[in-house]
Design a protein around this ligand. Structure first.
Ligand SMILES: C[S@@+](CC[C@H](N)C(=O)[O-])C[C@H]1O[C@@H](n2cnc3c(N)ncnc32)[C@H](O)[C@@H]1O
Length: 459
């Protein structure tokens, strides 16, 4: 029998699940229910109320804390617990790592995936780590006033104001406050997803960690040459000389047509430069507003170094889902030839110039869907394939094409443990052996983690 919605329970939290919810076991007769409690951590004793119920599983919200866990720490951001951005920030950082590691072991064990699992690589300083933040315009959840901040964890269409964000450079706080104050005085209103009305969508800030470059992108919809917007950029440039590059992105949404992104460069450089330092290589990367770049520079270096440490050199390496070409460019000193494949044209554009700027000539890039390019081009058997797909993982068709290429080594970089584990099962069923998994905490205080895995193909 399911638990009832609205039912109140006392929950003694003993574990943490992949969503970052505290888990309590509830024993009723011969049945054991798993209760996932939002905002509770192991060691907490809470009274909670069920809001979602399935067979032997329920999700609940805390009504009262009866006892606090000893692993709780004070919040560092003013939106902790209200926005969904940092659900784990009031859990001591070393404990966050313990639970993330346990989650990797649990998921791989459940699927019978046998492999060496290295200890998770955390951050020495788990604050101010992000090189990219996106804040949204909208209506404040409490006051119903115009604001700029992060989405509310329960009411996604409402916004939690942000004055003090400690995930990124402190200059972000000043830019939020300046931008909010500027648009508050105008008659421009936040974009409304439900009826495609309004104009103001997001403020995206991309700040290089290893150079002084700082890019700002103001995202709008339904925009047509408004002087108020031009004046914003003029005021921004005059007030913040630190901003090295500014763009306006107009996102055109029309029913029945594909959403279109129209970028206008407003001032400064057209690209942002980030440098990455690995043990034996330093490379420079140009980033364009729409191109993906790992959002935590320090841990990106850890991820790429982990990939390089796993790889045996050879003739041909394929870097699939290559973004701005980062992994492929680091691999190019170990292989005679490297091929990168990426869907986003801006990312491919900068990947090509990144190769030129770093004087690496043995790499080429194709722009398009990984499956379509692998299906249409004849590649010889690669010595290595690296895949770093989006959260959904590899599609069955793309996975089959990769298996048909029969690389001796396959390195899988994943930001989604579940899709990785499902793909890992398919790869092992198709003859690959999962040798090693290294978890990396790229997003402290969130439930996300990155895994880097090596598969080999027995001869
Ligand atoms: C997780 S990112 C990895 C990028 C890169 N490896 C890095 O470390 O910066 C995934 C990339 O896959 C690209 N992508 C998504 N779907 C794709 C597809 N079907 N074919 C090719 N690239 C795709 C995205 O644009 C994004 O740049």
């Amino acid at each position: 029998m399911k638990l009832k919605k609205g039912q109140k329970l006392i929950a003694n939290i003993s574990n943490l699940n992949i969503k970052g919810f505290g888990i309590a076991k509830l024993y009723q007769g011969s049945k054991t229910y798993n209760i996932a409690v939002d905002g509770a951590f192991p060691g907490d004793l809470v009274e909670c109320q069920v809001y979602k119920s399935k067979k032997l599983y329920a999700e609940a919200r805390v009504l009262h804390f009866l006892k606090y866990s000893r692993d709780r720490v004070e919040p560092n951001n003013d939106y902790a617990g209200i926005s969904g951005a940092t659900p784990l920030e009031t859990l001591a950082y070393p404990k966050q790592l313990v639970y993330k590691q346990a989650e990797v072991i649990r998921i791989l064990n459940n699927l019978n995936l046998k492999s060496v699992i290295n200890p998770i690589i955390g951050m020495e300083d788990p604050w101010f780590y992000r090189n990219k933040m996106q804040y949204s315009f909208g209506i404040e959840a409490d006051t119903f006033e115009f604001t700029l901040g992060l989405h509310h964890k329960m009411y996604r269409s409402k916004i939690v104001s942000v004055q003090n964000c400690n995930l990124c450079d402190p200059l972000c706080n000043k830019l939020i406050s300046f931008t909010k104050a500027y648009f508050q005085k105008t008659n421009l209103v936040p974009y409304n997803f439900f009826d495609n009305s309004g104009l103001l969508r997001n403020l995206t800030l991309r700040f290089s960690k290893n150079t002084t470059d700082k890019m700002l992108i103001l995202e709008l919809s339904n925009y047509s040459n408004d002087p108020v917007v031009d004046q914003y950029f003029q005021a921004l440039q005059a007030t913040f000389p630190e901003i090295t590059s500014a763009y306006l992105l107009n996102i055109i949404v029309k029913k029945g047509t594909k959403t279109q992104n129209v970028l206008t460069h407003k001032f400064g450089q057209t690209t942002l430069q980030e440098n990455l330092h690995l043990k034996t290589q330093n490379l420079e990367f140009q980033v364009l507003p729409l191109a993906f770049f790992q959002p935590n520079t320090k841990q990106a270096q850890t991820i790429y170094q982990t990939v390089l440490d796993l790889v045996e050199p050879g003739k041909l390496a394929l870097d699939l889902f290559c973004g701005t070409g980062t992994i492929g460019l680091f691999l190019s000193s170990l292989f005679s030839k490297v091929v990168g494949i990426e869907l986003e044209p801006q990312a491919v554009e900068v990947a090509k110039s990144n190769a030129l700027n770093n004087q690496l000539q043995n790499i080429e890039f194709y722009c398009g869907d990984v499956y379509k390019i692998l299906n249409s081009k004849q590649f010889q058997q690669p010595d290595l394939v690296v895949v770093d797909p989006p959260r959904s993982g590899l599609t069955p068709k793309a996975l089959d094409l990769i298996v048909n290429l029969a690389p001796k080594q396959l390195v899988y970089v994943s930001c989604n443990l579940k899709s990785f584990a499902n793909n890992a099962v398919e790869l092992t069923e198709k003859g690959y052996k999962l040798e090693l998994v290294t978890p990396v905490d790229q997003f402290p205080h969130t439930r996300h983690l990155e895994v880097i895995a090596k598969f080999t193909r027995p001869k």
